[in-house]
Ligand binder design. Structure first.
Ligand SMILES: Cc1cc2nc3c(=O)[nH]c(=O)nc-3n(C[C@H](O)[C@H](O)[C@H](O)COP(=O)(O)OP(=O)(O)OC[C@H]3O[C@@H](n4cnc5c(N)ncnc54)[C@H](O)[C@@H]3O)c2cc1C
Length: 302
C-alpha cells in the first residue's frame, strides 16, 4: 500500500515527525537502522523532562507510544535507495523491500568523523565529548583538554573554560591571532603546542594526552569538534541541494523543512548547523507539519 510518508531515520527528528503524521491518521512508515548519533553516550542531558535518561530509553519510549497509532509502521533496516517524483516515490531497503510513498522525510542524521588519533574513538561519548552543554556538568570541574581540529577550536576552548581548567592542544593548528590569544588568556586557557599522537588510559578514566615530544598531559575529559557528514547519499541521489554550514554540508531546507526537491523533506542534524536532541525534535515536528500540509497543498511547501 502506498504510504503518505516514509521517514528515513527513527531518531529524535524522525520520531517527532511520526507523532504529527500518525496523530493526523496518515499512513507513515519509519525505516530505521537503529544507530542514533548519541549511541556512544550512556546518558542524555538537557532534554526537557528526561535529563539523565539514556538516549536509547527516550527513543524506545517514543517507539512504544507511536506503536499505538494504527497508521504508523516501523521497518527495521537501512534505506538503501530512493527514487521517483512528487506523490510517486519508491524507497528500497537493504532487505530488498520496496515501499511506495507520496512524501519522503530524510531524518537520518550525521556521522561524526574524529581525527585519527589512537585512543580517541574508544573514548567518544565517555571522556571524549563534542558538546559541553550536553556533558560538561558531569565532568565536575578540574583539568579538561580541547584538541584543536579547526580555527574555531580556540573559541570552543574559551567556552569550555566555564566547566574546568582548560588546556588547548593546538595539534598542528596555526598560532591563534592576537585577539584570540587575549580571549584565551582572559578565560585562563593554557596553550599546549605540539602534535597529539595518542590518548592513553582506559576510556572511562582520565586521559593521558601523549605528544610527539614524548610528554603526556593528564586531563579528566577532552572536547573535540569532529567533522560532520550527512549520513548516506540519499539526499544527493534524490537531487536535494546542500548548504554550507560552519560544521560542514547540510541539506538545504525552507521554514517547513522542505528540501529543494518537491515532496522530499529533511529534519534534524542533517539539515541544521548545530544539533541536539531538542532542536532535532523541534525540526521533526516542523517537518511533520510540512509533510502533512503538503499532502493537501503541494505547491505551498515543496
Ligand atoms: C556522543 C554524543 C552525545 C550526545 N549527547 C547529547 C545530549 O546529552 N543531549 C542532547 O541534546 N544531544 C546530544 N547529542 C546530540 C544528539 O545525539 C543529536 O543532535 C541527535 O541525535 C540528532 O537527532 P537526529 O534525529 O537528527 O539523528 P539521530 O539521532 O542520529 O538519528 C538518525 C537515525 O537514522 C538512522 N539512519 C541513518 N541512515 C539511515 C538509513 N539510510 N536508513 C534507515 N535509517 C537510517 C540511524 O540509525 C538513526 O537511528 C550527542 C551527540 C553525540 C555525538
Amino acid at each position: 500500500m502506498q504510504q503518505d510518508a516514509i521517514i528515513i531515520g527513527g531518531g529524535f527528528a524522525g520520531l517527532s515527525a511520526a507523532y504529527i503524521l500518525g496523530r493526523a491518521r496518515r499512513h507513515v512508515t519509519i525505516i530505521d537502522s537503529g544507530t542514533p548519533r548519541n549511541r556512544f553516550a550512556a546518558h542524555a542531558h538537557g532534554v526537557l523532562g528526561h535529563d539523565g535518561k539514556s538516549g536509547a530509553a527516550i527513543l524506545a519510549e517514543a517507539r512504544a507510544q507511536l506503536s499505538a497509532y494504527p497508521t504508523v509502521t516501523f521497518l527495521r533496516g537501512e534505506a538503501d535507495s530512493a527514487e521517483g517524483t512528487l506523490d510517486d516515490f519508491d524507497v528500497r531497503t537493504d532487505s530488498g523491500e520496496v515501499v511506495a510513498t507520496r512524501r519522503i522525510l530524510l531524518a537520518s542524521g550525521v556521522e561524526d568523523r574524529l581525527p585519527d588519533i589512537p585512543g580517541l574513538q574508544e573514548r567518544w561519548g565517555q571522556t571524549a565529548l563534542h558538546c559541553p552543554y550536553c556533558h560538561g556538568y558531569e565532568i565536575g570541574g578540574g583539568p579538561i583538554g580541547v584538541i584543536a581540529t579547526q580555527p574555531m577550536s580556540a573559541h570552543q576552548a574559551a567556552v569550555v573554560a566555564d566547566w574546568g581548567d582548560v588546556t588547548l592542544f593546538t595539534n598542528g593548528m596555526p598560532e591563534p591571532d592576537e585577539a584570540t590569544l587575549d580571549l584565551l588568556a582572559q578565560r585562563s586557557v593554557r596553550l599546549q603546542p605540539g602534535t597529539v599522537i595518542a590518548i592513553d588510559g582506559a576510556p572511562d578514566a582520565p586521559a593521558q594526552v601523549r605528544l610527539a615530544n614524548g610528554t603526556s598531559v593528564e586531563v579528566k575529559a577532552l572536547f573535540i569538534a569532529p567533522e560532520l557528514h550527512i549520513r548516506g547519499t540519499l539526499a544527493q541521489d534524490l537531487g536535494c541541494a546542500l548548504d554550507d554550514s560552519p560544521a560542514g554540508k547540510i541539506i538545504a531546507t525552507n521554514a517547513m523543512k522542505a528540501t529543494t526537491v518537491a515532496g522530499v523533506f529533511a529534519a534534524g542534524d542533517n539539515a541544521r548547523a548545530f544539533g541536539n536532541i531538542t532542536l532535532s525534535s523541534a525540526d521533526g515536528v516542523m517537518a511533520g507539519l510540512g509533510v502533512h500540509q503538503s499532502l493537501m497543498f503541494p505547491v505551498a511547501h515543496s
